[in-house]
Design a protein around this ligand. Structure first.
Ligand SMILES: Cc1ncc(COP(=O)(O)O)c(C=O)c1O
Ligand SMILES: N[C@@H](CCCC[NH3+])C(=O)O
Length: 475
């Protein structure tokens, strides 16, 4: 609602809440489907994770803090691995799940993924080193990126990553040169732009034609890339790769991209005489940030995708290659909430009929840029007590020097929310710590992993000393 609309007529019961946000039956209750699996509220209304109260987490580690339910993170990874392996068993002997580390990666997470039997998709030298330090076997790592540096490519070949997903003709030549110099053979996949308009935010769609990723299928570039790889020494073409975008809820986009990419797979067989052993259908599976989202389970997704691949392969008369996928958000996202402390509360009149509570917390766009960047919606709850106050339309904002510094645009909080209260925002495991900045010289929050009644740091809080450590003092 804008100021110039202040004179508009409003129906009785009008409030500043958007239509999709339902009036809460109990403003203290946790919305099912938004929280990690060991998260509850105790009798006093205190949020707990794996039986550890957030009041204790705040006291020990401070706020703002990302709190990850390790059991949940691991279980989601395992659910994907088992569901895809089972669904694709008869189609192509099983499937591999590459956790997309860009969603959130630290040494501990790399270790969890190695232990849970997943593969890992990295997209930079930094992610590669983190994966290795976490004990992920190099053979289970895939390297992505539209502009990998020579140093990154050399390191990837040196440690023997399982695959490099090539994104340009220049890169094909670079990897070939590195392989030849080292006298090794490098497995590569071709990133294919399948020309699919994924139904998601423009900034996170990646398979339409007019963007930077991959080789276009429709112009013949993708086939040309395959020909080039086959002709270059030191390269082994493993297969084709397509990723259509992120936060996607329907399988129709995957169906279209699978059909097109498998069409190219058939052409490579027919014209180059090569039965490529693999295909990767990417990640992008959506999660529930609010009650407006209704994601599919990994089992349903896997079953639908297995049916799509089997049908398309039958139609093309090709032997189904081994399938892999790359979920990031769907594994990391729901496992984590961000814990903040309230600093100030303001009631702001949005027009003649309605007001909104502006609840300012000790974080903001530096620890969650997604609201400002994509217009993402989040939910939240009062985490340190229960309240009998009536629900008030609220907006959780940060402490940065921007009016767009919003974390949760629309939510009901108890009207008596006050300084010193704790607020928890679920669904912040993906692309929050990973995209965190030090804007306004704000040290980045720690990541606290909780499991079996014990909380521990897996990423410590940044300090002002960390921030200053990069400055070159010319005094
Ligand atoms: C190549 C590739 N694979 C996997 C992912 C993971 O996407 P998501 O976190 O939406 O599953 C991305 C990011 O969108 C990506 O670019
Ligand atoms: N960072 C984006 C998704 C892009 C994924 C990387 N290809 C998000 O927060 O939704």
């Amino acid at each position: 609602m804008h100021a110039h609309e202040a004179g508009a007529l409003h129906a009785p019961g009008y409030s500043a809440a958007p239509e999709w946000l339902p009036w809460p039956a109990d403003v203290n209750a946790l919305e099912p489907g938004l929280w990690a699996r060991t998260v509850r509220k105790d009798d006093e209304g205190v949020l707990t994770v794996a039986d550890v109260p957030v009041t204790a987490i705040a006291a020990e580690f401070g706020t703002a803090a990302y709190v990850v339910d390790e059991t949940d993170f691991r279980a989601r990874a395992r659910d994907f691995r088992e569901a895809y392996d089972a669904a694709f068993a008869e189609v192509c002997g099983g499937a591999d799940v590459y956790y997309a580390g860009k969603a959130f990666l630290c040494t501990a997470v790399a270790r969890w993924m190695a232990e849970e039997g997943l593969h890992l998709d990295v997209c930079s030298g930094g992610e590669l080193e983190t994966a290795l330090r976490g004990g992920m076997p190099a053979a289970r790592i895939g390297l992505h990126g539209n502009n990998k540096s020579m140093a990154e490519l050399e390191r990837a070949v040196e440690v023997g990553v399982g695959r490099i997903v090539v994104d340009s003709h220049t890169e094909i030549d670079r990897v070939s040169a590195i392989a030849r110099e080292r006298g090794v053979e490098v497995g590569v996949m071709v990133r294919v732009t399948a020309g699919v308009e994924a139904h998601t935010h423009e900034f996170i769609a990646t398979a339409h034609e007019d963007q930077k990723f991959g080789f276009s299928l429709s112009t013949g570039e993708a086939f040309a890339a395959c020909e080039r790889i086959v002709a270059r020494p030191g390269l082994r073409l493993l297969g084709l790769h397509s990723h259509i975008g992120s936060q996607i809820f329907e399988t129709s986009g995957f169906e279209l991209s699978a059909r097109r990419v498998l069409g190219l797979h058939a052409r490579v067989r027919d014209e180059l005489g090569l039965a490529l052993p693999e295909i990767d259908l990417g990640g992008g599976f959506g999660i529930a940030y609010t009650t407006a989202h209704d994601p599919m389970t990994p089992a349903d997704l896997a079953a639908q995708m297995a049916e799509i691949v089997a049908r398309e392969c039958r139609g093309l008369g090709v032997e189904p290659p081994r399938v892999s996928i790359e979920p990031g958000r769907a594994i990391a996202g729901p496992s984590t909430f961000t814990l903040y402390e309230v600093g100030t509360v303001k009631r702001v009149q949005v027009d003649r009929a309605a007001s909104r509570l502006y609840v300012a917390v000790d974080g903001g766009m530096s620890d969650n840029i997604r609201t400002a960047l994509y217009g993402a919606d989040y939910s939240c709850t009062l985490a340190n007590r229960r309240s009998d106050a009536h629900p008030a339309v609220s907006r959780v904002v940060g402490r940065h020097c921007e009016s767009g510094d919003v974390i949760v645009r629309d939510e009901y909080l108890p009207a008596d929310v006050r300084p010193g209260d704790l607020i928890a925002v679920p669904g912040t495991g993906a692309y929050c710590r990973a995209m965190a900045s030090q804007y306004n010289h704000t040290p980045r929050p720690p990541v606290v992993a909780v499991r079996d009644g014990r909380a521990r740091l897996v990423v410590r809080r940044e300090t002002v000393e960390d921030l200053l450590a990069l400055d070159v003092d010319e005094a």
